[in-house]
Design a protein around this ligand. Structure first.
Ligand code: LLP
Length: 437
């Protein structure tokens, strides 16, 4: 097994038998900051933003935009980077809004999602000047209208529409099917009904439709199918309600490489393909070209990140299994436990040695399901104190981390050129019991 196949992220290289991320010797970071440690490459994040922004500009001119779906990874420095890059953001909770506000993000460039915004959440979002609220249901539409009217405001909204598309990824992230908890379905007539209602409410300004069918999607046909359904619906709305929807947000979802078996997606080519399809379809339907938005999360941050662990105990159960335990686990990366997600793990202390031992890399929690990855090949010489890297952890790792077993969350160190800096501090035990009375 050639190790270079496992350098699945463009910013990784091996020099003198050591793993480098950008210009940084990764093992050195473990020594400086300790483990477990999230490492994120700011330069790579900026590259990914640029790729999206340039592609959307090339495809749609000024009639388009990109919102970073910050559920993938949310902390102040991420919002500062997005602001600097000229990205919009998607936020899904008052907590994400508060973090972005604290980072100085211009909230008029934010879109607020969630299938259950409480009245308090809505009031908070409006008072923070969130640009667009993506409305999930009629009930929520009425609540936003009432609150906006109380505040003497007219609020821009999207309606989240369920196009009835199955992206064929894992079920926990499929959101475009008719029976999804998100949005109003076209098929049931609810999408037309909520559109009609939105147009009657004086404190509501309907600026567009939003849809998001799933995550970790590699099949570009999924986006064409989604755009097709949405444009047909925009035409139907025009014919039925004499109203032209001027913006269409196709959500996020482009996949990333977790292992060498995953394909790599050319975002620019994909967006250009979507654009060609949309322009042809718009012309054949005889409708106005809507502005087109994308909302990527994973494909902006995932491959900028890796997690470093220190190996603790090793257990060989003759005839059965080998376990390599590390000092993190499902608390910093619950994705195998939740979705059986695949990952690539490398023993950085023995990068050039034969990987001749099949093992499960497991965490430190009191739970058998605390597995970072089963069936990994590591050198049989793997020992206590070795540093192991789990690749592609920039998305949905830090943001999904927990304190199960009162394990403190790792810090995030970011890399920029030749510098490294702490973007999130290591949680202390004080943080863990600060809220206890
Ligand atoms: N927009 C909306 C409305 C979404 O619900 C999502 C993801 C995105 C954009 C961004 O999708 P992305 O580009 O990141 O695929 N925790 C799961 C992923 C949940 C995704 C939820 N929604 C995981 O770890 O795989």
């Amino acid at each position: 097994m050639n190790i270079t196949n496992d350098l699945i992220c463009q910013n990784l290289s091996i020099r003198d038998g050591r793993l480098y991320m950008g210009e940084h010797d990764v093992m050195a970071l473990a020594r400086i900051y300790g483990t477990p440690l999230y490492v994120m490459d700011e330069d790579r994040i900026r590259d990914r933003c640029r790729t999206y922004l340039d592609a959307v500009r090339e495809a749609f001119g000024t009639q388009g935009g990109v919102y970073y779906a910050s559920k993938a990874c949310s902390f102040k420095q991420i919002y500062r980077i997005m602001s600097d890059m000229g990205m919009g953001i998607d936020v899904v909770s008052p907590g994400e809004i508060a973090t972005a506000v604290k980072a100085g993000f211009d909230m008029s460039k934010a879109c607020y999602h969630s299938n259950n915004k409480t009245d308090e959440d809505i009031r908070y979002a409006l008072s923070m000047g969130v640009g667009v609220l993506a409305v999930d249901s009629e009930d929520e539409l009425r609540a936003i209208s009432t609150i906006a009217s109380d505040m003497g405001r007219v609020q821009d909204i999207y309606l989240r529409i369920t196009p009835g598309i199955d992206p064929h990824t894992y079920s926990a992230v499929a959101t475009g099917k008719v029976d999804s908890k998100f949005g109003s379905a076209i098929e049931t007539g609810q999408a037309m009904a909520i559109t009609s209602l939105a147009l009657t409410l004086p404190s509501i300004n309907l600026i567009g439709y939003h849809c998001h069918v799933g995550s970790q999607v590699f099949d570009s046909e999924v986006y064409l199918a989604t755009a097709g359904v949405m444009l047909d619906f925009i035409k139907e709305v025009k014919d039925t309600l004499s109203y032209t929807i001027s913006r269409l947000d196709l959500g996020g979802g482009y996949g990333v490489r977790y292992t060498s078996l995953d394909p790599s997606i050319d975002i620019r080519q994909n967006i250009l393909k979507v654009a060609t399809f949309i322009k042809d379809k718009v012309a054949s339907l005889g409708i106005d070209m809507p502005a087109i938005y994308f909302e990527p999360g994973r494909s902006i941050v995932a491959d900028s990140g890796l997690t470093l662990y220190t190996v603790g105990s090793l257990k060989r159960i003759p005839g059965y299994k080998n376990y390599v335990s590390v000092d993190g686990g499902m608390t910093d990366n619950p994705r195998y436990a939740l979705y059986s997600s695949r990952y690539t793990l490398l023993n950085l202390s023995r990068l050039t040695q034969d990987r001749d031992m099949l093992c499960s890399v497991v965490g430190r929690c009191c739970e058998s399901g605390d597995i970072i990855q089963p069936d990994v090949y590591m050198p049989s010489t793997t020992s206590r104190g070795d540093i192991v890297a789990c690749l592609t952890t920039g998305a949905y790792n830090y943001s999904m981390a927990s304190n199960y077993n009162r394990v403190a969350r790792p810090p995030v160190v970011m890399l920029r050129g030749n510098e490294h800096y702490l973007a999130v501090k290591r949680e202390s035990w004080d943080c863990l019991h600060d809220l206890d009375v």
